[in-house]
Design a protein around this ligand. Structure first.
Ligand code: MIC
Ligand code: SF4
Length: 640
């Protein structure tokens, strides 16, 4: 029986377990990446593990999220991360170099390797034929310390791409179309593997746009084959020797299939407030636009920005539109400065901002009240832009650029304009933004700890009985942005969980934190796909700090579920989803004989007043049971 590409790479890295969907396995991790807003926790945890040197082939610490330095906090975090990187053999990419995923693709990603990153969009590396997985910070810290990662083997979905995209339709439209078909929970427990003759017409950066937004499907990761286009991309980055051809076997067997005819796709947009709320630009119509933002790890490649420059050349951004562009990397910006494309962009009236995440995570450029903002980003969750009533649409760079000129959402394919082909180019090697850990180690480098950096909260061993009051009854598809909002006001406190915890669930229920503090021990009731979105473990650490003991939901998103377990909080799943409606705030619950019960497939949760028993599935693996019993992953590792 033929093998999928995903399973070939996993098999190559298998350390423990059997490669059968649903089984728990441990794999070797070749590379890790961290970014700064999850990185401070990662490096605090790495320090807590008493490690000398990382066990991976390569680990890189990027600074790209918290680059607005409006106080000492962010700069202190950068200095802290740099110092720990230098102590343990980790490369440090300075702020200004660019966005972690774009930089990793350019400089370090290799076909056939495994990459674990403390950011949910780490699957961008799948565009190069890697198994690149996003995880919570603690999992990445452990991967650095031990060189391994444990996961449940996902099923593999085949997405067969046929034909070729028409002009004005691009990779972003492919993934928006897939999101429309599969939804934001369609990829949970799955790897999305792209095949078919249509693959040949997509460059590595096109593929990376598609694998990047596989995160929005909830998928463990997404992967493309490594072929002649991969070779050409690596050669353009001066890394041809990193090329290895890779593909699934012709008779590979998949768990699910989706066929996408590229020729039939049109420009799409994800409408407010979910990446799967997709319709064609033509159907949505010419809505008036206030802001256009181009960039992010999804769409800030050289080709993307050159297309934007070509559309803007000799034209003027509409008077009612603010167009803001954040390039993906210093190399891209340098190239565009050299070839004149940057001048074309600036001359059109666009605002150029730093090579960083920027507006994607609400770090500046929040649109005006009630604004329509078109963004080439990957998430349009309510409030993420920093403006609660903004209407954010996710679109391709082509759609964004032409709409910025016209002032209304525009389907470029209906304008009768030719889009010039973008020639590929070579990028000269430049590592001036990179600090290597040469000559530095644990004994000669001190940890540099600013006053805003506080120890991360630790749980304690699971008590005999767990009592908790319901402090939140949440709906479906709760995002980690809902749980632990992130913007320019809160990101500086990513290394200060006690402060951050005050804002937990702030945007959907501002009384939550105080209710938890009053209750002492609490429980959250959730709907489907609880915790979708980012990898931020703060969405588990803040609830832990506030006394959350368990979350009882209809289903969970993968990374958040792991983050809860890593923090010793139980993610429990309704046996009967109809029970969901019967809960109310303040209801007192108890799990008796908890250490015995969590070893069973089903636990019983008793309503203290009425005695009613609710049943919940645990779905815990052996390793997970141990973490729950010990009060989290660090305690389990340290044998505490
Ligand atoms: C995001 O896009 O939501 C982030 C910010 O990159 C997060 C990480 C974080 O919250 O720091 C992610 O995607 O994991
Ligand atoms: Fe940065 Fe946005 Fe990408 Fe997250 S999704 S890594 S915030 S650019």
């Amino acid at each position: 029986m033929g093998k999928t590409l995903a399973y070939k790479i996993l098999e190559d890295h298998l350390v423990e377990g059997e490669l059968i969907a649903g089984n728990e396995i441990t794999i070797r991790i070749d590379q890790t990446l961290t970014q700064d807003s999850t990185g401070t926790m990662v490096y605090l945890q790495l320090e807590a593990m008493d490690v000398e040197k990382v066990q991976t082939e390569l680990s890189v610490a990027y600074i790209d999220h918290n680059t607005l330095q409006t106080g000492f906090e962010n700069a202190d975090d950068h200095a802290f991360i740099k110092s720990v990187a230098q102590r343990h053999g980790v490369l440090f990419s300075k702020p200004g170099n660019g966005i972690c995923h774009q930089l990793h693709l350019e400089n370090y990603g290799k076909p056939g390797k495994t990459l674990l990153g403390s950011d949910s969009h780490t699957p961008t590396g799948g565009g190069l034929g890697m198994i690149a997985i996003g995880a919570g910070g603690l999992d990445v810290a452990v991967a650095m310390a031990k060189g391994t990662y444990s996961l449940t083997v996902p099923q593999v979905v085949k997405v067969q791409l046929n034909g070729k995209l028409k002009p004005w339709v691009s990779a972003k439209d492919v993934i928006l179309y897939v999101l429309k078909q599969l939804t934001v929970k369609g990829g949970v427990g799955k790897i999305i593997e792209y095949t078919g003759d249509g693959v040949k017409s997509l460059s590595v950066t096109d593929r990376a746009t598609i694998t990047n937004m596989g995160a929005e499907l909830g998928a463990t990761t997404s992967v493309f084959p490594s072929d002649e286009n991969t070779k050409a991309y690596l050669a353009s980055e001066g890394r041809e020797s990193d090329y290895t051809p890779l593909a699934a076997d012709d008779d590979a067997v998949y768990d699910q299939e989706l066929i996408v005819d590229l020729d039939s796709l049109v420009p799409y947009a994800a409408q407010p407030h979910s990446p799967d709320n997709v319709d064609s630009v033509a159907n949505i119509g010419e809505i008036k636009v206030d802001q256009v933002a181009i960039g992010s790890c999804t769409n800030s490649s050289y080709t993307d920005l050159m297309k934007v420059a070509a559309i803007l050349k000799g034209r003027k951004v509409h008077p009612d539109v603010s167009l803001v562009i954040s390039p993906g990397s210093s190399k891209i910006l340098t190239k565009m400065a050299q070839n004149g494309a940057l001048a074309d962009i600036i001359a059109s009236g666009a605002r150029i901002i730093e090579n960083a995440c920027g507006p994607c995570i609400g770090m500046g450029q929040s649109p005006k009240s009630g604004a329509v903002s078109l963004r080439t980003f990957n998430r349009n969750f309510k409030g993420r832009s920093g403006t609660l009533d903004a209407q954010v649409y996710l679109v391709s760079p082509e759609t964004a650029a032409i709409s910025a000129v016209k002032g209304v959402l525009t389907d470029g394919s209906s304008c009768g304009e030719e889009l010039p082909a973008i020639e590929s180019t070579d990028f000269p090697f430049n590592d001036n933004f990179v600090v290597y850990p040469e000559g530095t180690n644990k004994s000669n480098t001190e940890v540099e700890m600013g006053p805003n950096i506080k120890p991360f909260p630790r749980n304690t061993a699971l008590p005999d009985s767990v009592s908790a009051k319901v402090t939140l009854h949440a709906g479906d598809n709760i995002t980690t942005d809902d749980i632990m909002p992130s913007d320019s006001r809160l990101l500086p406190y990513r290394s200060n969980v006690p402060h951050l915890a005050n804002y937990c669930f702030e945007k959907i229920d501002s009384g939550f934190a105080q209710r938890c503090k009053d209750a002492g021990a609490c429980a959250i009731i959730g709907g489907e796909n609880y915790g979708q979105g980012s990898s931020r473990e703060h969405a588990a650490l803040a609830p832990l700090y506030l006394g959350v003991k368990f979350v009882l939901a209809k289903s969970f998103a993968r990374i958040h579920r792991s983050n809860l377990i890593n923090s010793g909080i139980m993610p429990l799943v309704f046996v009967d989803p109809a029970d969901y409606d019967t809960f109310e705030l303040g209801q007192e619950l108890i799990i008796e004989n908890a250490p015995e019960q969590v070893k069973n497939p089903v636990v019983e949760i008793k309503d203290v007043k009425t005695g009613k028993i609710y049943k919940a599935n645990t779905n815990f693996s052996e390793l997970e049971i141990n973490m729950i019993l010990k009060g989290g992953k660090i305690n389990a590792i340290k044998g505490e």
